[in-house]
Design a protein around this ligand. Structure first.
Ligand code: ZN
Length: 250
């Protein structure tokens, strides 16, 4: 299974990275995990847009879903004719939210391009991936992910404050791809995002093999983010996500 970081900028695109978007590939299947603003352009450096087999949206904040609007245009108005429908796994209400964002009347909204599948906590098969989802701790309905393929496991926090569910999703994962939006300091908002130190604590509790910090907000100093995680109880390798970075598991 190969993970490519398409975008890892938190909350809005940064000068060097789109907002959240990750490409997971295994057995010829291509799964896009989140499609935040700015991601659709960079995604084309790594995959033909028409070779994508499925999209998962962790939640409906713009920095995780908004480029589905552009992707709808790309699939619907291709000069060779509309491309076949592909599934979009997303929280309830996604079809209407995305139609509204594009100014599309419903029906059909985007449903001729995308088959919207409502996520619920549990496990399902998406192509070669066993995908377990659980609610994490964020102001809107948000799913964290555990993706298993051929004995390898990647967990993805999506956006979350401190979350026991995230520890469960990341249990013994080879990699925890975890948000680190905040830096330590007074008056941290609860139930919203994690600091890098908290991300590392979640990785330690889960027994994850390695930790990659993502959702890096442009106003933070990335060196400080890495420092704060490194000073925690997590003893595995810790790195910062970077756009274009690719990681092969297995
Ligand atoms: Zn969010």
């Amino acid at each position: 299974m190969r993970l490519t970081i398409i975008g890892c900028s938190g909350s809005f695109p940064g000068p060097d990275s789109p907002a959240s978007c990750y490409l997971l590939e295994a057995e010829g299947f291509r799964l896009v995990l989140d499609l935040g603003n700015g991601a659709l352009g960079a995604l084309q450096r790594y995959v033909d847009l028409y070779d994508i087999d499925a999209v998962c949206l962790s939640h409906l904040h713009a920095d995780h879903c908004l480029d589905l609007c552009g992707y709808h245009v790309a699939r619907t108005f291709h000069p060779g004719g509309p491309r076949p429908r592909i599934p979009v796994y997303a929280p309830g209400g996604a079809a209407s939210r995305m139609a509204a964002a594009s100014g599309l009347a419903e029906p059909p909204g985007m449903t001729e391009a995308f088959e919207f599948v409502t996520l619920a906590p549990g496990t399902r098969q998406i192509g070669p991936f066993g995908v377990t989802t659980a609610h994490v701790n964020h102001p809107v309905e948000t799913f964290g992910f555990r993706l298993e393929q051929a004995g390898r496991i990647i967990a993805y926090s999506a956006d979350t404050g401190e979350s026991a569910a995230l520890v469960g999703l990341a249990r013994d994962a080879d990699l925890l791809l975890c948000e680190a939006s905040l830096l330590e300091g007074p008056g941290l908002p609860p139930d919203l995002h994690l600091t890098a130190r908290q991300a590392a604590l979640h990785a330690a509790r889960a027994g994850a093999g390695r930790l990659m910090l993502t959702h890096l907000v442009p106003w933070n100093d990335p060196a400080r983010t890495l420092d704060e995680a490194s000073g925690s109880s997590f003893t595995g390798p810790i790195s910062l996500a970077a756009p274009g970075q690719s990681l092969e598991l297995g």
